[in-house]
Design a binder for this molecule. Structure first.
Ligand code: F6R
Length: 245
């Protein structure tokens, strides 16, 4: 894992955007895996600013989001489809048909999971997967204990995840308790992974990632088995940790 330490959230967001822009310029038909949550918002803002200034084009890029809440339709403000449209897709030249987010409000969730997994495969897999990390070590919504062999599946969100994500909802009771998420095996098949980490609330997770053995009880640890992972982490998330051996 290549770890880049930066000053703060702003620098993490800028560096991550530069990283993505370089990839998109080199491979205009890039298949990008994307994350939601607080961490990548600044990255999307930088990508939008670059699009407006330099016209970096996403016309032939295809995106696959990591996850979606079960029970929320795409026009619900708390859905991840809405988040992505609002924070990124509506502001660049990507074709909406090329943006994929699991559908969380269908009748047959199992069918949706296998459709999504097959769709990624049909496109030749993900070239660059952007990830955040939960304070409990989840990637996507793969909570501790999730098998490393999982493909896209339905998961019960951990109480700590529901609590952490309540900040986006009016009340904690409104946070869905289930989500569809790419599996760990789906994520690990990506050719390259970019993990973004910011803030003191992620320090314990970073510490575990750097020091503990690979184990299903700490999902992000699987990234140590991937040949091409870059982590951009800010000082608050890694200060005092030994990041290079
Ligand atoms: C989001 C996702 C999650 C988040 C993680 C961190 O699509 O898959 O794994 O990346 O929960 O969330 P934030 O960035 O809000 O701290």
């Amino acid at each position: 894992m290549n770890i880049i330490e930066v000053k703060d959230y702003a620098e993490m967001s800028q560096k991550a955007a530069e990283y993505i822009i370089e990839k998109v310029c080199k491979s205009p038909t890039l298949n990008m895996g994307l994350a939601t949550g607080g961490t990548p918002i600044g990255t999307y803002e930088n990508l939008i600013a670059d699009f407006k200034k330099n016209s970096t084009s996403y016309r032939d890029v295809t995106t696959f989001n990591l996850d979606e809440y079960v029970g929320l339709s795409g026009d619900n403000e708390n859905s991840y489809r809405y988040f992505m449209d609002d924070h990124f897709f509506n502001h660049i030249d990507i074709k909406k048909d090329n943006t994929n987010v699991p559908c969380g409000d269908g009748n047959d969730l199992e069918e949706e999971c296998s459709r999504y997994e097959q769709l990624i495969a049909k496109h030749g897999g993900i070239d660059l997967q952007v990830l955040g990390i939960g304070s409990n070590g989840h990637i996507g919504f793969n909570e501790p204990g999730t098998s490393f062999n999982t493909k896209t599946h339905v998961i019960d969100l951990a109480p700590s995840t529901i609590k952490a994500n309540a900040r986006f909802f009016n009340r904690v009771e409104d946070v869905p308790t289930k989500a569809i998420t790419m599996g760990i095996a789906t994520i690990m098949k990506s050719k390259e992974i970019l993990l973004l980490v910011s803030g003191a609330s992620k320090k314990e997770a970073m510490s575990k990632l750097l020091t503990e053995n690979v184990s299903e009880s700490f999902p992000a640890s699987v990234l140590k088995n991937h040949p091409c992972v870059t982590i951009i982490a800010d000082k608050a998330a890694v200060s005092g940790l030994k990041i290079h051996s």
